[in-house]
Design a protein around this ligand. Structure first.
Ligand code: FAD
Length: 376
């Protein structure tokens, strides 16, 4: 059976879901294909920058219905026991991906947007049209395809995207816990080979999520030993783990994380969210960037379908330059910061400087975050 559409969105994380809601507002025919069923947990720090709030409101998404925590302070600590608190200029909210992605998905269903549960395994472009195939054997044709399938996929391998050949030396672990933790704070605790984010989500649950260097991890037998031997060297982390009770049966893990440069357009596919570029989790801005890139991409697509942008070449050029303008320097700053935070001594030097001159941290936060997506 052949399905036809104006825009086909591959992947229904925050980027794909936001793009579907935006494009649907304009009357275009949209199909979104997502390989997993909703709701599901994802490995993520679950701190969302408030910069997305005005745009989510414009999409008729009322985050308060999910009872998020409201976060306006950041704590940074080191294994040597240093700790600093700073105010977050814009602040953010804490809500699980289980709830957030599902909430947006329910909005798509209410609006009658077609969502298909299947895995895309081939995207071909020929004669100015896309032909997309799925694992279940379905075939789709689309005038435009948005790639919103996240960090890495077999699609990237088939498209021969250069980043896929780079080393991917990180893994990440996440679980929810019951425990005491301020509901206005996001903490980033440094440990040898990585860093761990802690903040509250809905239900007063704690989300504890860390990124670790595979080289330091593999010397230990399992997650529990690794946590006790390595993460516990930071006394703040030891205290949190010792006084919290995991509510998941087991932590979720992902591996093969890489932060190499990507392109915003690949074989004419407009890439959004992590498919276009992955910022170090430490910055707490990946979700905002995913939602923001969906907005930029949708606005340009509308101009394309309205005839204001007159060719595919112009569309791709404009999207690439808008993406670079918005996000390139954030990714760079994230990468510098992360390489500091994976080294105990450098983190110590950074924090010693920041304790004496707290404005250093404020500047770093500004450089890894954006402004509100719609100014009021
Ligand atoms: C350890 C860690 C901690 C993080 N912490 C934070 C944080 O605190 N704050 C923050 O803002 N960001 C954080 N991030 C980043 C954030 O998680 C991502 O930037 C965000 O999820 C990107 O959304 P997305 O929609 O692009 O991708 P995703 O959320 O990954 O969605 C992609 C979707 O595509 C689907 N898919 C994949 N392949 C296919 C296919 N072939 N066919 C169909 N569907 C497919 C997947 O199932 C998935 O649902 C963190 C990331 C990591 C790794």
């Amino acid at each position: 059976m052949l399905f036809q559409t104006d825009v086909l969105i591959v992947g229904g994380g925050l980027a794909g879901l936001a793009a579907a809601l935006h494009l649907h507002k304009t009357g275009l025919k949209i199909i979104l294909i997502e390989k997993n069923s909703y709701p599901h947990h994802k490995v993520c720090g679950e701190y969302v920058s408030n910069e997305v709030l005005p745009y989510l409101e414009w999409l008729n998404i009322d985050i308060n219905k999910l009872y998020p925590s409201h976060i306006n302070r950041l704590q940074l600590t080191t294994t040597s026991g240093k700790s600093i608190h700073v105010d977050l200029p814009l602040g953010g909210f804490g809500v699980s991906r289980y709830e957030l992605d599902n909430f947006l998905y329910q909005h798509l269903l209410e609006k009658g947007i077609e969502v298909i549960e299947d895995t895309v395994n081939e995207i071909a472009f020929d004669n100015d049209i896309f032909v997309v195939h799925t694992l279940a054997g379905k075939e789709f044709t689309a005038k435009q395809v948005i790639g919103a399938y996240g960090k890495r996929s077999t699609i990237d391998v088939k498209l021969n995207r250069p980043f896929i050949k780079e080393k991917s030396p990180y893994l990440a672990v996440k679980a929810h816990y019951k425990g005491d933790f301020p509901n206005d704070l996001v903490a980033v605790h440094n440990f040898n080979g990585g860093y761990c984010g802690v903040s509250q989500v809905e239900n007063q649950h704690l989300n504890i999520c860390y990124l670790a260097d595979y080289a330091t991890f593999k010397a230990h037998k399992n997650i529990e030993t690794y946590q006790k031997k390595v993460l516990y060297q930071n006394k703040y982390l030891a205290d949190i783990f010792e006084n919290s009770e995991m509510v998941f049966d087991a932590p979720l893990t992902i591996s093969q994380l890489a932060f190499g440069a990507k392109t915003a357009v690949s074989n004419h596919i407009l890439c959004i969210g992590d498919t276009a570029g992955l910022i170090h989790p430490l910055c707490g801005n990946g979700m905002a960037m995913a939602i923001h890139s969906a907005k930029i991409c949708s606005e340009l697509l509308l101009q394309f379908f309205d005839g204001i942008i007159t060719s595919r070449v112009e569309l791709e050029r404009k999207y690439t330059s808008s993406w670079n303008e918005q996000f390139r320097s954030r990714l760079k700053m994230g990468s510098i910061l992360s390489s500091i935070l994976r080294k105990d001594k450098l983190t110590d030097i950074l924090l010693t400087g920041a304790i004496k001159m707290p404005f250093i941290l404020q500047q770093i936060i500004k450089k890894t975050h954006g402004k509100p997506l719609i100014s009021k």
